[in-house]
Design a protein around this ligand. Structure first.
Ligand code: FE2
Length: 444
């Protein structure tokens, strides 16, 4: 029986196992291109069940409707070979099947179990972490990695990637000091490790350390940016820091040169582009005709969405373009999903639909209506996934909506929340100044 580089069992031969390791390394670092590397393995060994199962898992966790046919093709080939798969490989097949059928929780648990059974199964930890991320399960982002950490030692292949994943979990749980330390260790072990870089960027974002964050991402970019499938997201984080630095032109330049560089070929890229333009537009900045490229990207992914988080970002764009027909299409998609089954039904019902309604209300100038829809979601918005930094768009929108509605009490409450964690933020300070003006008018 062959194993991968960390001793995890594979049912293929040793030469194929080595090729799989090379493909998996690309996935661990998000380097271009793990799918192409797996396709080369499959071209040589069409019956390599792990290649098909992992291919399905990687595609599944892109949460992109446009890749659905590819996902199902890989899954069918993996299932056809399941009879010769070992127990670990069968878990991977089961996980991908569950995800494709819409049960993201159960799929994530399968990858999690694979890691419990094989604590050195870095690939399973990574797929489970992506699942926990898309489910907004902060605690599991941390604890699923913590489960396996005692089995690891310095110098083991991939240890830094595990530290990067743990760092992100620690950050999402608010343990910023440990997160920063472990994230920086991961970056030092492999400067290509965009996920470890990302964990540190999140710490700096959450602590309002925009100057440091911008410098950190700029200084580390030569490591994580070239030929990297995740780079657009770290550039998005830099664009957020640029907003906080008051550098709106710099933020838009990152949209033009980096975030949109891939033409929004994946939903994840479109999410970041949409979220950046929404933040700028909500603040009243002119984003030009940038919405239009995103509108094209979302139009092809509208009907029967698979992930409410994506649908809400499509709504941002159609509010930006003022396309009421497309806004209503997004609402219809979310209504159908909410009435359906699987994890996305819960996400659509609990968060996606009311949030999309709130964004649409904001778009037509009904700021009180936007507050009525969005405010009750603050406590459970994590149910539709993403990071704290991504879901910060709710708070961002509420601050602006409350000020525009002339609701001094609500505006003061929303802005007070932001100042409590990001006192030095120029954006928060701008809202605070407008709040004070509202209060003076109310008192006059
Ligand atoms: Fe992020």
């Amino acid at each position: 029986m062959a194993t991968d580089i960390r001793g995890n069992p594979l049912s293929c031969d040793a030469a194929t196992a080595a090729k799989l390791d090379a493909a998996f390394l690309k996935f661990h670092t998000y380097q271009v291109d793990p799918i192409a590397a797996l396709d080369e393995v499959i071209a040589d060994q069409p019956d390599c069940v792990m290649a098909h199962a992992v291919r399905a898992g990687i595609i599944a966790t892109a949460t992109d409707k446009a890749f659905d046919a590819e996902l199902r093709s890989s899954l069918q080939q993996a299932e056809a070979l399941a009879g010769k798969a070992n127990g670990r490989e069968r878990r991977y097949i089961t996980a991908a099947r569950l995800w494709a059928d819409g049960d993201l929780h159960a799929a994530t648990e399968q990858w999690g179990l694979a890691a419990v059974e094989n604590p050195h199964d870095l690939l399973a930890v990574q797929l489970a972490q992506l699942g926990d991320f898309f489910l907004g399960q902060s605690q599991m982002l941390r604890d699923r990695v913590a489960r396996v950490l005692p089995a690891w030692r310095d110098g083991m292949p991939g240890h830094g990637y595990l530290l990067g994943m743990h760092a992100f979990g620690l950050e999402e749980c608010g343990d910023y000091a440990r997160a920063e330390e472990e994230g920086r260790r991961g970056v030092a072990l492999d400067p290509r490790d965009g996920w470890a870089v990302h964990a540190v960027a999140h710490v700096l974002e959450m602590q309002g350390r925009a100057e440091e964050g911008a410098a950190f991402l700029r200084d580390t970019a030569p490591g994580w940016s070239p030929d990297n499938l995740f780079a657009f997201h770290n550039w998005w984080h830099l664009a957020l820091f640029r907003i906080e630095q008051g550098d709106i032109a710099g933020s838009l330049a990152l949209f033009d040169d980096r975030i949109s560089a891939g033409g929004f070929a994946s939903a994840l890229e479109a999410v970041d582009g949409s979220a950046l333009l929404w933040r700028l537009w909500v603040l009243g900045h002119d984003v030009g005709d940038r919405w239009s490229r995103l509108a094209e990207a979302w139009q092809s992914r509208m009907a029967d969405g698979i992930y409410a988080f994506n649908d809400v970002h499509a709504m941002m764009v159609f509010v930006g373009t003022g396309d009421v027909g497309a806004q209503n299409e997004v609402l219809s998609t979310l209504e159908r999903a909410a009435a359906g089954g699987g994890t996305n039904a819960m996400m659509s019902r609990d968060v996606g639909l009311p949030l999309a309604r709130g964004l649409a209300a904001f778009g037509r100038g009904d700021h009180a209506g936007a507050i009525a829809h969005v405010l009750p979601l603050r406590g459970h918005a994590h149910r539709f996934g993403g990071s704290h930094a991504q879901r910060d768009v709710l708070s961002w929108t509420l601050c602006e909506a409350a000020i525009r509605a002339g609701d001094a009490a609500m505006a003061q409450a929303m802005v007070a929340e932001r100042l409590a964690t990001k006192e030095g933020s120029p954006v928060a300070q701008g809202w605070a100044a407008r709040c004070r003006a509202l209060g003076h008018r109310a008192a006059a």
